[in-house]
Design a protein around this ligand. Structure first.
Ligand code: ZN
Length: 185
């Protein structure tokens, strides 16, 4: 398993739509493992393939030790709405309140390529919507009001200087923390 570099806002791949995965998902297994390793090292709860520079329509999520792989996820229903704070591994230090559907149902393929459906509320519902947005080139700041988005981008102008070539390289310490806390992967 490899902890990958995370692409941050400014990297073109984050703004490109992904390509649905066709057929055999066995080739994706190393990428899925690397995405989990990267997400844990970065202390995230969700990661989409474009965030590691890839075009596959693929998301990994883990909230409270419940790892979920979603290949080609599609929203099948949603209801209600609620505001809540979000951040993003591709925009460190930037946060904003985003309105999301409060309940969603999503269909996808699991890591073995088998179809499944998941219904979610609360943080998992928010995380699913945030990560599925990434698969279509959308970032959470796109949902902010004009003024809040402008403020977030202005803060990001300073933050992004920490990430040459729009790549966030995790430190040896962050990488080691993954091995300490998530040895089962
Ligand atoms: Zn994100």
């Amino acid at each position: 398993m490899t902890v990958l570099d995370i692409h941050v806002l400014g990297s073109p791949v984050l703004r490109q739509p992904t390509v649905p995965v066709a057929g055999d998902t066995s080739k994706l297994q190393p990428l899925i493992d690397d995405m989990f390793a990267t997400m844990y090292a970065a202390k995230g709860i969700g990661l989409a393939a474009p965030q590691v520079g890839r075009r596959e329509r693929l998301v990994v999520i883990d909230i409270e030790r419940n790892p979920i792989v979603l290949i080609n996820p599609e929203l099948i229903s949603s209801e209600g709405s609620e505001r809540g704070e979000e951040g993003c591994l591709s925009m460190p230090e930037i946060y904003g309140d985003v309105e999301r559907k409060s309940t969603v149902a999503v269909k996808a393929l699991d890591r073995a390529g088998q179809p499944f459906e998941i219904s979610a509320t609360d943080l998992l519902a928010r995380c699913l919507q945030h990560e599925m947005d990434h698969l279509h080139g959308t970032m959470f700041i796109d949902h902010l009001s004009f003024l809040k988005r402008r403020a977030a981008l202005s803060k990001w102008e300073k933050e992004r200087e920490k990430y040459p070539n729009a790549l966030r390289k995790l430190s040896a310490e962050e990488i080691a923390s993954h091995h300490r806390t998530d040895g089962e992967l």
